[in-house]
Design a protein around this ligand. Structure first.
Ligand SMILES: Nc1ncnc2c1ncn2[C@@H]1O[C@H](COP(=O)(O)OP(=O)(O)OP(=O)(O)O)[C@@H](O)[C@H]1O
Ligand SMILES: O=C(O)c1ccc[n+]([C@@H]2O[C@H](COP(=O)([O-])O)[C@@H](O)[C@H]2O)c1
Length: 218
């Protein structure tokens, strides 16, 4: 500790986070939830999760694979065990990233309202930030019990080219590098025998090849 001209500079924190919590009570945790089908996860997902987590200073960003996405026009995804294996391979080397598996464990249609009610009951000291692309923000008015859901969670909208950053609901808008990759494009490229190198992390590319996934276009 240096003392000069009445300015005190601390060379290291005096109390630890544990001591602070013992005195002031538990601090609220800020956790990002990135829900998706991840069929498969791609670099666009990873870049936006990193951008949101670092810009908002979140403690963790949890990727949350859905069991069955609520909108009816979604194509059947490959089995959850493959989507999960690729997610694990993609995120394991980033300490900011984690997994939230409650929707797979619950089964059925993955309504976000049901998920947030369950998570808030389990972790009342956590504030959740639900990360969605600007394309998905347009659909928010159609989400199940959306007026109740916005009271349980803060929606973080990631800007995308071609989608105005606006909504009737409160959205925390975040800029991330614009990476126009979609899982649909990855599946189509694999089916057409084209390269997906550098569009997905290398362990994900290797897994798709080893397991022979997405060879039929859908
Ligand atoms: N390149 C991207 N930039 C910004 N947001 C994205 C991007 N790709 C996906 N998202 C967002 O990620 C979330 C989960 O998306 P999902 O798992 O359905 O991936 P997808 O690439 O959109 O898949 P699909 O092409 O099969 O519809 C959604 O909120 C979607 O808006
Ligand atoms: O709860 C809803 O009504 C609802 C409607 C559409 C999408 N969602 C959630 O939004 C996330 C992204 O959806 P998707 O279809 O792009 O994978 C995923 O976690 C879905 O469960 C939720």
């Amino acid at each position: 500790m240096n003392v000069s001209n009445q300015t005190i500079t601390l060379s290291h924190p005096v109390i630890t986070e544990e001591v602070s919590e013992a005195i002031l009570g538990p601090r609220r945790k800020q956790v990002g939830l990135f829900g998706g089908t991840f069929n498969p996860i791609h670099n666009g997902h990873l870049i936006m999760a990193e951008a949101v987590g670092t810009q908002l200073g979140l403690k963790q960003v949890c990727f949350m694979p859905d069991n069955q996405p609520p909108h009816v026009d979604h194509k059947a995804a490959i089995p959850a065990k493959h989507r999960l294996a690729m997610l694990e391979a993609a995120i394991h080397d980033n300490p900011l990233f984690g997994l939230e598996l409650c929707e797979l464990q619950r089964g059925g249609v993955s309504y976000s309202y049901d998920t947030l009610v369950a998570l808030k009951k389990l972790h009342p000291d956590t504030d959740y930030y639900f990360i969605i692309g600007a394309d998905m923000v347009n659909y928010l008015p159609k989400w199940y019990r959306i007026d109740d859901l916005v009271k349980l969670v803060t929606f973080v909208g990631v800007k995308r080219r071609g989608y105005a950053p606006q909504s009737p609901y409160p959205i925390l808008w975040v800029d991330a590098p614009l990476i126009e990759i979609s899982s649909t494009e990855i599946r189509q490229r694999v089916a057409a025998g084209q390269s997906i190198r550098y569009l997905v992390p290398e362990p994900v590319r290797a897994y798709i090849e080893k397991e022979g996934l997405y060879l039929d276009a859908n």
